[in-house]
Design a protein around this ligand. Structure first.
Ligand SMILES: Cc1cc2nc3c(=O)[nH]c(=O)nc-3n(C[C@H](O)[C@H](O)[C@H](O)COP(=O)(O)O)c2cc1C
Length: 202
């Protein structure tokens, strides 16, 4: 593979939100997760943790808990009952329809400890940045397998709910939820910012 091929590979990963029902074979899941763990991390502490859901039972448990949480937030926002029902049902369907769900968590307990809040906050952010690296690497590993996936942020708004629903250790802080499977859609071309608006050469 040439560097041009590799750049093409990196640039053609897209978010996929509709999947075929075919399950992903276990060795493929294993490879994806292992490749994700090769991401760079602050002090090489590897603070990522993965909760992997493939069964209808586990997905249903997550969907029910997250749905109840989502509903409470929408009620507080005074969203209409019809709209709440539509959004909560859609959220449940997305969870149930994805052959593979990975909840990406951060465990900051092995990061450095500082006596002052400023450095402590920076250290925590480093843990979260490191976990995001594993998330991106996981999306690319999924792309490498010819599968599709999307990063979603729901668990960040319902961290304790997700921890309790999946019986995760208290130190595993849910950051994101990935849906993955064999793609059943062709994503639209995406709008890109002009390079000169995101780069400053000095
Ligand atoms: C931190 C983060 C949070 C995201 N949250 C969601 C989400 O909650 N729901 C969703 O459908 N897509 C979500 N996405 C996917 C983005 O919408 C998507 O990456 C973006 O539109 C660019 O499209 P592409 O991934 O096809 O290049 C998220 C992506 C990131 C990196």
């Amino acid at each position: 593979m040439t560097s041009t091929d590799l750049h093409h590979f990196l640039r053609t990963r897209r978010s996929i939100r509709r999947f075929k029902t075919d399950p992903i074979p276990d060795p493929v899941i294993e490879r994806i997760l292992t490749t994700a763990t090769f991401a760079p991390s602050a002090h090489n502490r590897q603070p990522w943790r993965f909760a992997v859901l493939t069964t209808a039972e586990a997905k249903s448990c997550l969907a029910e808990s997250m749905g109840a949480d989502f509903r409470r937030d929408l009620e507080k926002d005074k969203v209409s009952e019809n709209e709440i029902t539509r959004l909560v049902n859609r959220s449940r369907e997305r969870i149930m329809d994805a052959p593979l769900i990975v909840i990406l968590c951060a465990d900051a307990t092995e990061m450095d400890v500082y006596p002052d809040p400023k450095r402590q906050k920076a250290e925590y952010i480093m843990a979260v940045q490191s976990v995001a690296n594993a998330g991106t690497q996981m999306l690319l590993a999924i792309h490498a397998e010819g599968l599709g996936a999307v990063w979603t942020c729901g668990p960040l708004f319902a961290q304790e709910t997700v921890q309790e629903a999946l019986n995760l250790p208290k130190t595993w802080e849910p950051q994101a939820m990935f849906f993955a499977g064999y793609s059943d859609e062709l994503p639209k071309e995406k709008e890109m910012k002009e390079m000169q608006s995101v780069v400053k050469t000095l």
